[in-house]
Design a protein around this ligand. Structure first.
Ligand SMILES: C[S@@+](CC[C@H](N)C(=O)[O-])C[C@H]1O[C@@H](n2cnc3c(N)ncnc32)[C@H](O)[C@@H]1O
Length: 459
C-alpha cells in the first residue's frame, strides 16, 4: 500500500470554533478496552504536551473513539491493522454529509435482491422460527441442537454432521436454493447465520452488503460503517463481540432455562431499522479540521514515515494475550468479504470448527504474545524517539490479586524500556476508570485507583 504522508504544517479549523467545543464522543461499535470514557483526560494530556495543536497519530485506533475526539482540534492520522477500524475511522474523520445517502435506508429494504436471498434462506428462517416457538412452549432440545449445529459453513465443510434430522433437511434445502442464486453464497448467512444472528437477520445483512457493493464508490465506506455499527449492535452474544456465541446448555448438558430470553432480545431486532439509525448518526457528523488520514497497516510502517506536522504519537496497543482479532473477526469478514477458511479445533477427540467460527488467518498481534511483546514495545519506543516526537502511551495496570487479565508487559518493564530511549518518562493518571469488560464473572477486570495511565515520553 502506498502511503500518502504529505507534510502539513498547520491545522485548518473549519467553521465556528464554538461548535468544535461542543464536539462529543462517538461509540461506533461495542468495543473491549474502548477509551470512550477517558477521552477528555487523553485530550487534556495532549493539549498540555502540545498546545500548538499539531497533528497526532492515533496508532492503534480500534473503534476510532480517540481519533474522532481529536479530529475537531487536530489533524489526525489513524492507524490500525484491521480493516474494520479503517472503515469506521474513515467514516468518522471524513464524514459524508450528502443527505442523498439517507435514501439508502429505504433502498436496502426495497432491494430487488431481498426476496431472492430471503427465498434461498427461507427453510432455515422458518425452521428457526418454529423451534423458537417450541422453546417458548418448554421444549428447548431442538433449539439447543440448532444453536450447536446450524452453521451453514459447518454444514458445507462437513463438520456439522451431528445436526439432527429436521435441521439437516433445512440446511440442505437452503443450500440447494442458494446454489440457484446467480450471486455468491450470501456471506453473512454462511458465516454468522443462526450462530451470531438469526437467519433472517443474516439474510438482511447480506441484502445490505449486496447493495453496498453496488452503491457509488463515494458512499460505500459510510454505508459499510453503518453496517458494522448495526452488526455490532444486534449480535447475539455476551459483550457484543464475536468470541462467545450463546452456549445453550448447562455444564451437565441440560438446556439453559433462560435460553429463550437470551435469544429474544437481540434476534428480534430489525436490521434495516438499525441500519437507518446508524446512517443518520454517521451523516450527522461534522468535520472541523481537514486533512485527516486513515491507514490499515502495521504500526511500524507509519513510524518509519512520520509527517513533519505530527507532534504527538498516541498509542493504545493491546496489553493482554487476547487478540482483538478474536473478538471482532465478524466485522473484519464483513469488510473484507474474502470468504475466509474457518479455524478448526479438536474437542473430545473429534475435529470441530472453532466455537467462535474464527477466521483461520486472523491477525496475531506481537503485543499479545509474551515472547514478542518486549520487541514490539522496543520498536515503538525506538522509532518514536528517533523521530523526535512525543509518545503518549496508554496503559491499564491490573490488580494481581483480583481475577483480572494479566498484562503481557508490566508497567515497570515498560518504563525501564522507555527510559532507554527517552530522557523524560512520566505517568499521568485520571483516577478511577473501569474498562468495558466481558460480562463473565471470571473475566471481570477490577477497577483500581491507578487503573488507566498515560505514559508521556519525550526527549
Ligand atoms: C486497545 S485496542 C485500541 C482501542 C482504541 N484506542 C479505542 O478506543 O477504540 C488495540 C488495537 O490495536 C490494533 N493492533 C494490534 N496489533 C497491531 C499492529 N501490529 N499494528 C497496528 N495495529 C495493531 C488492534 O487491531 C486493536 O484495534
Amino acid at each position: 500500500m502506498l502511503l500518502n504522508l504529505t507534510d502539513r504544517s498547520s491545522v485548518a479549523l473549519r467553521g465556528n470554533p464554538q461548535i468544535a467545543d461542543e464536539f462529543g464522543s462517538f461509540r461506533a461499535i461495542h468495543y473491549l478496552g474502548s477509551k470512550l470514557r477517558m477521552l477528555e483526560f487523553i485530550k487534556g494530556v495532549a493539549d498540555k504536551e502540545d498546545p500548538s495543536k499539531g497533528a497526532i497519530i492515533d496508532l492503534f485506533s480500534g473503534a476510532g473513539s480517540v481519533s474522532h475526539y481529536f479530529s475537531n482540534s487536530r489533524r489526525v492520522i489513524s492507524v490500525d491493522i484491521q480493516e474494520y477500524s479503517k472503515v469506521i475511522c474513515k467514516a468518522l474523520l471524513n464524514p459524508c454529509t450528502d443527505k442523498e445517502i439517507l435514501k439508502y435506508g429505504d433502498r436496502m429494504r426495497l432491494s430487488s435482491i431481498k426476496p431472492k436471498i430471503e427465498k434461498a434462506i427461507y427453510p432455515l428462517i422458518e425452521y428457526e422460527k418454529n423451534i423458537i416457538e417450541l422453546g417458548e412452549k418448554g421444549d428447548l432440545e431442538p433449539l439447543c441442537n440448532f444453536l450447536e449445529y446450524c452453521s451453514l459453513y459447518g454444514f458445507i465443510d462437513g463438520l456439522s454432521q451431528n445436526s439432527k434430522y429436521p435441521l439437516k433437511v433445512a440446511l440442505n434445502n437452503s443450500m440447494e436454493l442458494i446454489n440457484e442464486l446467480d450471486s455468491n453464497i450470501p456471506l453473512a448467512t454462511l458465516y454468522f447465520g443462526g450462530v451470531y444472528y438469526s437467519f433472517e437477520q443474516s439474510a438482511h445483512i447480506d441484502v445490505i452488503l449486496n447493495e453496498i457493493n453496488n452503491a457509488p464508490l463515494k458512499y460505500q465506506n459510510i454505508l459499510m460503517a453503518a453496517l458494522l455499527s448495526t452488526a455490532s449492535d444486534i449480535v447475539n452474544t455476551v459483550g457484543k463481540q464475536f468470541a462467545q456465541p450463546i452456549r445453550p446448555r448447562k455444564k451437565n448438558g441440560d438446556p439453559k432455562p433462560k435460553l429463550i430470553q437470551q435469544l429474544s432480545k437481540d434476534r428480534t431486532l430489525c436490521v434495516f431499522n438499525k441500519f437507518q439509525e446508524w446512517l443518520e448518526k454517521y451523516t450527522n457528523q461534522k468535520q472541523f479540521v481537514t486533512g485527516h488520514e486513515v491507514h490499515c497497516i502495521d504500526y511500524r510502517n507509519i513510524l518509519d514515515n512520520i509527517p513533519n506536522d505530527v507532534n504527538i504519537v498516541y498509542a493504545d496497543p493491546p496489553y493482554t494475550r487476547d487478540h482483538y482479532s478474536r473478538f471482532y473477526h465478524g466485522l473484519e469478514t464483513l469488510c473484507l468479504q474474502d470468504y475466509p477458511k474457518i479455524s478448526e479445533t479438536t474437542i473430545g477427540g473429534s475435529l470441530r470448527l472453532s466455537r467462535g467460527l474464527y477466521r483461520l488467518e486472523r491477525h496475531q498481534s506481537p503485543f499479545c504474545i509474551k515472547s514478542l511483546a518486549p520487541k514490539a514495545f522496543n520498536d515503538l519506543f525506538e522509532k518514536v524517539a528517533g523521530s523526535g516526537k512525543t509518545l503518549m502511551l496508554s496503559y491499564s495496570p491490573y490488580d494481581k490479586d483480583a481475577k483480572a487479565h494479566p498484562r503481557v508487559m508490566e508497567l515497570e518493564q515498560l518504563m525501564l524500556l522507555a527510559n532507554k530511549y527517552f530522557n523524560y518518562v512520566k505517568t499521568h493518571s485520571p483516577g478511577v476508570f473501569i474498562h468495558s469488560k466481558l460480562n463473565h464473572s471470571e473475566k471481570h477486570l477490577k477497577a483500581s485507583n491507578n487503573s488507566e495511565i498515560i505514559l508521556v515520553c519525550r526527549n
